[in-house]
Design a protein around this ligand. Sequence first.
Ligand code: WTA
Length: 638
Amino acid sequence: MDQSGAIDNLLQEERVFRPLPQLVIEANVNPQELEGARKFAAMDPTGYWEEAADELDWFKKWDQVLDDKDAPFYRWFPGARCNIVYNALDRHIETANKNKLALIWEGEPGDQRKYTYFELYREVNRFANALRSLGIRKGDRVVIYMPPLPETVIAMLAAAKIGAVHSVVFAGFSAKALRKRINDAQAKLLITSDGFYRNGRIISLKETADEALVGACADCVEAMVVVRRCNIGVDMVDGRDFQYEDLVRQERNEAPTEVMDADDPLFLLYTSGTTGTPKGVVHSHGGYMVGVHRTLTTVFDIKPTDIFWCTADPGWVTGHSAGIYGPLMAGTTSVMYEGHPNYPQADRLWSIVAKYGVTIFYTAPTMIRMLMRFGAQYPKQHDLSSLRLLGTVGEPISPEAWIWLYKNIGRSECPVLDTWWQTETGMFMISPLPISVLKPGSVTKALPGVEVDVVDRDGNPVPPGKGGLLVVTAPWPSMMTGLWNDDDRFKEYWSQIPGVYYAGDVARRDEDGYIWIQGRADDVINIAGHRIGSAELEAAFGVHPAVCECAAIGVPDQIKGEAAKAFVMLNDGFEPGDELIKDLKKTIRNELGPVAVIKSIEFRDSLPKTRSGKLMRRVLKAEENGFEIGDLTGLDDD
Ligand code: WTA
């Protein structure tokens, strides 16, 4: 199925799926309660979020729920004092959750590690003490360049516990991309592992981390902590590098939790925008914890008996909110898997679901499309009857993929919860609940307390059936509190269409008010659910001496949803050819890392431009795809 076909289907899809009566009876939020919550939140939004905040523990409550005097620099819960780690770990130690499993981790070779809340709490405390003895203090930035390991979770929580600001960088980024993020964040500490297992191979990370530090800003990183995962020999720099295991061994099991202001930063997470430089999205302790806790527990109907598996890597926001912070705050048991979903064969995920009795499985459409290709015989080999809810995120899901998931994984019983949100929103924004009537391919409606609209470029709502821009019209607690060191770029989210938050997505609302997301409206390519900016790719191509100019666009890809295609104009003296294509792809890998997949490269003598010399990527997109996502009826294109 190509993307244009998928989009046509999205426009025509009319099937509806109703929840089984049993599910409605057992749900934490029933349909009347959902309606009630929507009404309450619409009448009294701050009251609604205040009630959500009351479900968590605070060292001191707020003076006010929302301060919007300095919008768009909204401040949630000003005056309050808290720490998300208190809610994710400390408070569980006082309850029956103490000896419940917090984390079940499986390595790609099949090794397992399990942590109860009490065990995880103590590990975090030991590493928090180690961080303090390395001189890390409240407000310092700590970059975590790690695969999905228990220590990744421990490092994030330990940093947050002492008030440091973590920034996880996906292990698929290159040394240069890592260095860029370290420099921008002015990080004081880098945490990594010797390597990790992926598709049967050992991928070394420490070397890449070393390379990143060469040429990193002189007064940033003072130390590097290395977790031993693969037992491969690594060069340790005396006085700079520390073995994780040596550091924690000598530390105490208790560590004080730093008391933070609600809007003190918790983490930075870099994401791509429309310029060549990634932006450091900032989330803070108070608002983020309230938004994530309320939406995760509502959408996924978390029960004490659940085993929750979010397949996202901790390097993305989904890994933060739905992989780590959300489930821990909810006191549920999470599953984490280190490796490739098809290793050693295409039933690995289903074997994990069956082995641990996973009840809620949250993944990305790209994963479903990949597994679909291998066929239903793989899930059939395993007992998946423990599953009760399914979820997807990151890109539009085609009705085909939705139905495949529903039938083959969910026994035509488990609702598929398609959640729309972003790094910037921190929490789920538009999503069904298990009790909702579902339409495959639609994210349904905004959650209680969230106000969205589909508008034209002037901000006027577009009628049902017409494409428009997705905007959020009221502040929400886990909204980013800023972009690291870049207030101007932060304000752009609110100035594109004055007064509302511009999400950068094209969407449509149907006659029932259901929302259908159709893709990005801007020059951001969504490759396998990961955002890469056209400008970022073009800048990376520009590093190669052969490249005079380049335009990068997203093109449909059967598995990845979108992949990148580059149109390259060569400098004099360079000849197009396979060798050059290989070399250019190597440059991209070097500049950005394997995460930036280039599907094809085409050489051109000229590139389409406006009279003022601005690259017209949309012309190439229309040529290539035969349609243009950003040019749907109802939007005047400038
Ligand atoms: C896209 C991921 C369609 C969208 C949590 C958004 C989606 C971008 C969905 C954010 C969905 C996310 N249906 N598209 N359910 N969820 N997107 O920051 O284009 O990595 O703007 O956050 O992914 O990507 P990000």
